[in-house]
Design a protein around this ligand. Structure first.
Ligand SMILES: [Zn+2]
Length: 228
């Protein structure tokens, strides 16, 4: 009887050791599989920053640079949740220029270009807010670099996705003569998310829900481009 009890105890110990080992192995497997090297990496470029605030909302005084950053961070978080690697050109309100540079615009552009092209990313998406003298102008616009076939494909993919979620998104894409598009070595798009010169859109763009919906729509366009 005593022998049997010891035997039972031994079996219980062996079993519990085996169960522990199995759970350690499965945790290790989960940890490894949940952190693979991302299949795709993107650069998210929040336009402007520092003393360059970009466009300003007339009613609320909100700056383009703060909204660009808000949208960039939301998109970053959504992309990372989907296992897409992200490189940000900026993650705070500071400008990308060297404080001691005499030509800060040039210094900023060079820094932006070097982050984008040094990232080794698959695509770049630059986020901006629009402004136009006519207050009724509204909706998201997507631009790509002249002559870039893949940039055009990416732009179409993003614009199609935006049109599915936003009635006022522009139905077509355009060539945009922007520094970040012209000097980027990867397929790139510049998204003007909406117009700060339109009172209703100025309000919408600052809402967390609108930002989440917009960035989710951008993500859907990116996923479609990668055929994910
Ligand atoms: Zn801008």
């Amino acid at each position: 009887m005593r022998f049997l009890t010891i035997k039972k105890k031994t079996i219980v110990i062996i079993l519990s050791v085996l169960i522990t080992l199995a759970s350690v192995i499965s945790v290790a497997a989960i940890t490894t599989s949940s952190m693979p090297k991302p299949e795709y990496t993107i650069v998210i470029d929040a336009g402007h920053g520092g003393r360059d605030g970009g466009a300003i909302g007339k009613n609320t005084g909100v700056t383009e640079s703060e909204l660009n950053l808000m949208y960039a961070k939301e998109l970053q978080s959504l992309c990372e949740d989907y296992g897409i690697g992200v490189v940000m050109t900026r993650s705070d309100m500071n400008g990308l220029y060297d404080e001691s540079a005499t030509n800060k615009k040039k210094s900023e552009m060079e820094r932006r270009k070097s982050i984008i092209n040094g990232s080794g990313a698959d695509i770049m998406i630059s986020l901006h807010m629009n402004a136009f003298p006519l207050p009724s102008s509204n909706g998201a616009y997507v631009f790509y670099a002249k002559g870039s076939e893949q940039g055009l494909n990416l732009a179409k993919s993003v614009q199609t996705s935006l049109c599915q979620s936003f009635d006022n998104a522009r139905q077509y894409v355009s060539v945009g003569d922007y520094f970040v598009l012209n000097y980027s070595t990867m397929p790139s798009v510049l998204v003007e998310c909406g117009f700060l010169s339109n009172p209703q859109e100025e309000k919408n763009l600052q809402s967390k829900e609108y930002c989440e919906k917009f960035c989710y729509s951008l993500l859907a366009g990116i996923l479609a481009y990668f055929e994910m």
